[in-house]
Design a protein around this ligand. Structure first.
Ligand code: BES
Ligand code: MN
Length: 458
């Protein structure tokens, strides 16, 4: 029996214990955005640090001005050095009444078709996902006495709340983080049979705008028409952002946006993606993005502009004839390579200012920003990861694009100069950030087994 076979057998035999460990971390309410949970977020970092010590890592909980970062090293072995990134913080669980059980009391649910899933906040994003990698390390250590390759593990506690302290940490800890390649487990499979490596992610530029009109709310009978109405000004701005064909109208917005290469498009073609099924799953049927672009292009290789929230005037029950003093919107852009978030933010602000009357005023509040990122998959680490995953699932792992954002990926590439292999076992119906978040039991089990193979292949 090869070492790998023994490790895989150990993973199967130890699976209930792996589940128990995942449950332990899910029980810790590491909600990074809510200051009320700061102590429990730290407790979660400490739990992970201690857990990594049991696998032979030299692990520390490093303070930042916000939530701590766990940095753990096990460099006993020779060979390809890996920097693994995960995040131990989670999104708030609300609205609580939509959960079928306590979000922080994980449990296994059995579906009508007999399949099982782990329910709880963070079961998938990112506790379940990151524990697949950690459990694979544990199994290698238990069976062979050491890891097969040198590994550094970095666990962030602020991914879900802006990640303000990560760039500084990466700069300061640069020398400790050096590796041949970085790996992240925070992305999805292509479908529940087909594993996937995500090779590109979109960037983000998010901004809240406040349109201020009169210095108080006004009676719309006394002042209607004569006084500027911030709701209407905001509506005009939002309407102007895209034309009827879905093209974003901010001057210079598409600068640096390339067409996907024929190779990439050919690969996506093979994925046999159904637009009808994709939209049908959420109760829609008509692609709403740029005309003449497939849904895969719209979500993987084209930038977006989305209004995530708007507020203005009276929105309670009943009616109030008022002209509000202020109207606001939260607007975010998903960016692709090689758009510059700072340029986009500046161009957006000019676009808005040009539409605000001289007796009104606009205020801008910056949220996060990050550049898009894309990797060439010819490097050996991508090929070996693909091999390991394909062997486990009995189906070739697909190279796919990603519509979401994982800001650390861009930072690792730009600050540390490394490729990042994003291999994950999430499914599109995991309800991450939503009530009843789940991780399929198969994702967890075969995810651990996949990483065990990938570590061997590396
Ligand atoms: N893990 C997700 C992103 C993700 C999920 C990528 C599935 C690919 C497949 C990540 O934790 C996330 O939610 N990111 C945020 C980042 C933002 C707030 C900066 C996002 O994409 O909205
Ligand atoms: Mn997330």
């Amino acid at each position: 029996m090869s070492d790998l076979d023994k490790v895989l057998a150990h993973i199967d035999a130890d699976f209930d214990n792996a589940l128990d460990r995942l449950f332990q971390t899910v029980r810790l309410k590491s909600i990074s955005t809510d200051p009320a949970y700061a102590a429990e977020t730290r407790a979660c970092a400490e739990w992970h640090s201690k857990d990594l010590e049991t696998i032979g890592f030299a692990s520390e909980v490093r303070d930042t001005p916000g939530h701590p970062i766990v940095l753990a090293k096990n460099h006993e072995a020779e060979g390809t050095k890996v920097l693994f990134y995960g995040h131990y913080d989670v999104q708030p669980a609300d609205p609580l009444e939509l959960w079928e059980g306590d979000p922080f009391e994980p449990k296994i649910a059995t579906l009508p078709d007999g399949s099982k899933e782990i329910r709880g906040r963070g079961a998938s994003d990112d506790k379940g996902q990151m524990m697949t990698f950690i459990e694979a390390c544990r199994a290698w250590k238990a069976v062979t006495g050491k890891l097969p390759i040198p590994i550094t593990i970095l666990l962030e506690g602020e991914e879900e709340s802006g990640g303000a302290n990560l760039p500084g940490f990466l700069d300061a800890a640069r020398d400790e983080l050096g590796a041949d390649v970085a790996m992240i487990c925070d992305t999805n499979m292509w479908d529940k049979e087909t594993p996937a490596i995500t090779t590109s992610l979109r960037g983000l530029c998010a901004e809240e705008i406040f349109i201020h009109g009169a210095d108080r709310d006004l009676h719309s009978g006394f002042y209607g028409s004569a006084a500027a109405n911030p709701n209407h000004i905001l509506a005009r701005i939002i309407a102007d952002l895209r034309d009827a064909d879905g093209r974003i109208q901010i001057p210079g917005f598409y600068e640096g946006v390339p067409e996907p290469s024929p190779e990439l498009l050919a690969g996506w073609e093979k994925l046999d993606f159904s637009e009808a099924a994709f939209l049908g799953e959420v109760g829609l049927s008509i692609p709403a993005g740029e005309k003449g672009r497939s849904v895969l292009e719209q979500t993987w290789s084209r930038p977006t502009c989305e209004v995530n929230g708007m507020h203005g005037g009276y929105i309670g029950d009943g009616f109030k004839t008022v002209i509000p003093a202020v109207a606001s919107a939260k607007i975010s852009f998903r960016l692709v390579f090689d758009q510059d978030p700072h340029k986009i933010r500046a161009a957006f602000r000019e676009f808005v200012k040009a539409r605000v009357p001289a007796d009104c005023r606009v205020e801008f509040k910056e949220f996060g920003s990050g550049r898009a990122v894309a990797f060439e998959v010819s490097a050996p680490a991508f090929q070996r990861t693909q091999q390991g995953m394909s062997d486990e699932w009995g189906k070739e792992a697909a190279f796919v694009g990603g519509g979401g954002s994982i800001p650390v990926t861009t930072m690792i590439k730009e600050k540390l100069g490394m490729d990042v292999v994003m291999a994950g076992f999430g499914l599109s119906d995991d309800r991450i950030h939503s009530p009843n978040e789940k991780y399929s039991l198969t994702s967890f089990h075969k995810g651990i087994r996949s990483w065990a193979r990938v570590l061997a292949a590396l």
